[in-house]
Design a protein around this ligand. Structure first.
Ligand SMILES: [Fe+2]
Length: 328
């Protein structure tokens, strides 16, 4: 076997994100590889995910190459396979923030209502506490509520719902409402989730992006939703996944028949069934936008819960009322 000397010539300053041209020169016994930086790639390919909700088949179906993954909350609840979802985000997401369901699971908050989507959370949350390891729980507990990150000179601000109310406020593509809520937030891209409705909204300055929900879409399209940001452009994408596998996992995990029926309807219709059901429960016609009905119902269901008063000696200080996160 002939020995070959190799001389590597680096012709320019290289960075991790640059693209290179490699040229093989020289006589047969001396390989000279001239590595030239062709051009520096100006922007990364960023994968934005939200509202995975323990739906591993949905997350696994997203086969996109990416340089950085940003996750805007709600890893858990609603389905029954949180472990691979948490492991994937721990391993692959460069930045993650906490959703209201992550907070509730991490803080071991029981679901107090059993109607609508609360029924799904009520049935699946106790199972999470059985299958998630202390390491997984620690990860959920330590997720920040908001994060800022700069990638390729673009500033990203991540929050699950809105900066005004990071866990509970439902806000869709309402330009003036977002403009009002982003005062004091200095960023090029605002990444949010929570509504499970995808949109990309250009404001006077920043762009607000909701990639939609990976694990429980509610815009009538049952496919897993996500967003790709590349070269300054945003693409809202969808991919089919094996809904049967998600439902089978739920059945095998012991979810009761009624809850399974609800999950089947929600996942197969992309949330449309849920809108109808919720609308009927409050006697609201679906003449206009059913998504607004859904949001209204969810907000109407939310009421601050008073902290139980402990029996102890009278104190002049009052305990502040604690709010429990609503289902989303
Ligand atoms: Fe969610």
């Amino acid at each position: 076997m002939q020995k070959v000397k190799v001389l590597l010539v680096i012709s320019s300053k290289m960075t991790e994100m640059a693209q290179f041209h490699v040229e093989d020169r020289g006589p047969p016994d001396l390989r000279i590889w001239v590595v030239q930086q062709v051009r520096e790639r100006s922007l990364m390919r960023i994968l934005v995910l939200a509202d995975i909700h323990s739906n591993w088949p949905a997350l696994a179906a997203i086969q996109e190459p990416f340089d950085a993954c940003l996750f805007v909350g709600d890893l858990v609840d609603y389905a029954t396979d949180p472990v691979p979802c948490v492991d994937w985000i721990r391993k692959h997401a460069a930045v993650s923030v906490r959703g209201n369901h992550d907070h509730a699971v991490a803080q071991r908050i029981p679901v107090v209502k059993s109607n609508g989507l609360h029924q799904l959370a009520a049935a699946t949350r106790p199972l999470h506490w059985k299958v998630l390891s202390p390491l997984h729980m620690k990860f959920l507990t330590r997720l920040p509520v908001t994060r800022k990150v700069t990638l390729d000179k673009k500033r990203f601000f991540l929050v699950h719902a809105t900066p005004r109310d990071p866990f509970d406020e439902y806000l869709r593509d309402d330009k003036s409402a977002w403009q009002a809520r982003l005062k004091g937030v200095d960023a090029d891209f605002i990444l949010v989730g929570h509504t499970h409705i995808p949109f990309a909204l250009q404001l006077d300055g920043p762009m607000v992006i909701n990639p939609g929900s990976v694990g429980q879409p509610r815009d009538g399209d049952p496919r897993a939703a996500y967003a790709i940001i590349e070269n300054g452009k945003v693409e809202l994408r969808r991919v089919k996944y094996d809904i049967d596998a998600t439902l089978k996992h739920m059945r095998d995990s012991g979810i009761d028949a009624e809850t399974l029926e609800l999950a089947t309807a929600v996942l197969r219709t992309g949330g449309r069934f849920e809108f109808d059901k919720l609308a009927q429960s409050v006697g609201t016609a679906l003449d206009e936008d059913p998504n607004d009905v859904h949001d209204t119902v969810e907000l109407a269901q939310f009421k601050p819960v008073e902290t139980p008063k402990k029996k102890r000696k009278a104190s002049k200080k009052k305990a502040p009322a604690k709010r429990k996160p609503s289902a989303s």
